[in-house]
Design a binder for this molecule. Structure first.
Ligand SMILES: Nc1ncnc2c1ncn2[C@@H]1O[C@H](COP(=O)(O)OP(=O)(O)OP(=O)(O)O)[C@@H](O)[C@H]1O
Ligand SMILES: [Mg+2]
Length: 399
């Protein structure tokens, strides 16, 4: 009976108004999510934001407090886990130690009395390039190989929906990258729907067609990786998916093409189409790799934004690029990534520099800057002293 519900191709997944409350704690709040069949969807977010809980709800291992779950258009909210066309690869990929690799993979098929389990298990092992190790036991494989067996064991069941909970967490960086590409290839080849959970933004961006950024049980933004990176909607997304230089200021000018924002007395231009808010106090930003460092004040150019002079406070070399921290009075600390085209840092700590970027590269957030003290207004010693005092007072009050 369960066999019929396991598919040869992917199914849509839809979460409608899902809320999950544990005693005294709301882990998921009014979550809506729609994943088209055959896509590779990544759920990305920091530790504790509710990723595993979401997967457990989809798998049927938890019951939602409110909302509905639909797989392939069918409401499965009140069905048992084994009745759902879903398989999960957990981070700890417990294989049966006493069984061979082949038997581990064939296990689910045998239990469900699917015909030809051995041939099917071999086929799944070929897909993860491990068929030559079919006769070994898990302890005789490396961690990465075991991970691939766990994947074969899930894929062999042809679940319409495959849930992956940080399945590459235990691998070293190189193997992880390799497995990311392999997983992506497998997904394209078998055409199943993958829901992949990770807190690694690079992993999410490399693998997924669509990324949903989750924060405190809610989805802050969802879209193609390029779109999320280029046009983050909130400060959380701007900083979780890569790094951003963010500035808050008043909109002082507006034309058909652009808005102008006053950042510590300097007019900064942002294309209208790249800014979510066009009036009042706004937060705008630019990615560190879009910014150049100049050692002299540049000639005025309406196509470029310039801040400075500031001072380089830190230079850190990271292989392909160098990261510079620059303190600009009244604005704060900015980050600049420069590709390492020449040997050694171009600018040294303590140098006086200007920061410049193409006005087309900025973005404007949807966040209301008045919503909370996400950013310190500036980093002057006076404001730091005030912040310290407030923090201390709060601490004393609590004590
Ligand atoms: N059974 C439970 N009872 C109470 N709270 C729970 C329970 N399970 C999870 N939580 C809480 O719900 C929140 C979300 O947990 P979840 O495991 O979904 O996080 P996650 O996004 O997967 O994090 P990580 O990246 O660390 O795995 C956490 O704050 C967690 O403490
Ligand atoms: Mg988790």
């Amino acid at each position: 009976m369960a066999i019929a519900s396991f598919a040869d191709k992917g199914a849509d997944l839809e979460l409608v108004g899902i809320t999950k409350r544990f005693p005294g704690f709301t882990a998921i709040e009014a979550l809506d999510l729609s994943i088209p069949a055959g896509s590779f969807f990544a759920l990305l977010g920091p530790s504790g934001c509710g990723k595993t809980t979401t997967l457990r709800l989809v798998a049927g291992l938890e019951e939602p407090t409110a909302g509905r779950i639909l797989i392939g258009g069918k409401d499965v909210t009140s069905t048992k886990p084994f009745q759902r066309p879903v398989n999960t690869v957990f981070q700890s990929y417990a294989l049966f130690p006493h069984m061979t690799i082949l038997e581990n993979v064939a296990f689910g098929l045998r239990r469900r009395k699917v015909g030809d389990p051995v041939a099917k298990a071999h086929e799944a092992l070929r897909l993860v390039e491990l068929d030559h190790l079919a006769a070994r036991r898990p302890a005789q494989l490396s961690g990465g190989q075991q991970q691939r067996v766990a994947l074969a064991r899930a894929i062999v069941n042809r679940p319409a929906l495959l849930l992956l909970d940080e399945p590459l967490g235990a691998l070293d960086l190189k193997l992880r990258r390799q497995m990311q590409l392999e997983l992506k290839t497998i997904q394209t080849e078998v055409g199943l729907t993958f829901l992949h959970v990770t807190h690694d933004q690079e992993e999410a961006m490399t693998m997924a067609d669509t990324v949903a950024v989750m924060n405190k049980g809610r989805i802050e933004q969802m879209g193609a990786p390029e779109e999320l990176y280029e046009l983050p909607r909130t400060a959380f997304v701007a900083n979780f998916l890569g790094q951003s230089n963010l500035f808050t200021g008043q909109v002082t000018g507006s034309s058909a093409d652009a808005i102008v924002v006053d950042v510590a007395g300097v007019p900064i231009t942002v294309p209208r189409t790249r800014a979510k808010r066009h009036a009042g106090e706004v937060t705008i930003g630019v990615r560190p790799e879009k910014v150049s460092l100049l050692t002299e004040a540049p000639a005025p150019d309406s196509a470029r934004n310039v801040l400075g002079p500031g001072r380089v406070t830190d230079v850190s070399f990271s292989g392909v690029s160098t990261q510079y921290l620059v303190q600009v009075p009244g604005v704060g600390e900015l980050t600049v990534f420069a590709q390492n085209m020449v040997f050694g840092p171009v600018v040294h700590e303590g140098a006086e520099v200007w920061i410049s970027w193409n006005a087309d590269h900025g973005f404007g957030l949807e966040d209301d800057p008045a919503d909370g003290p996400r950013f310190a207004p500036d980093d002057s010693t006076e404001s730091i002293a005030v912040q310290r005092r407030i923090a201390l007072e709060e601490e004393l009050e609590q004590a």
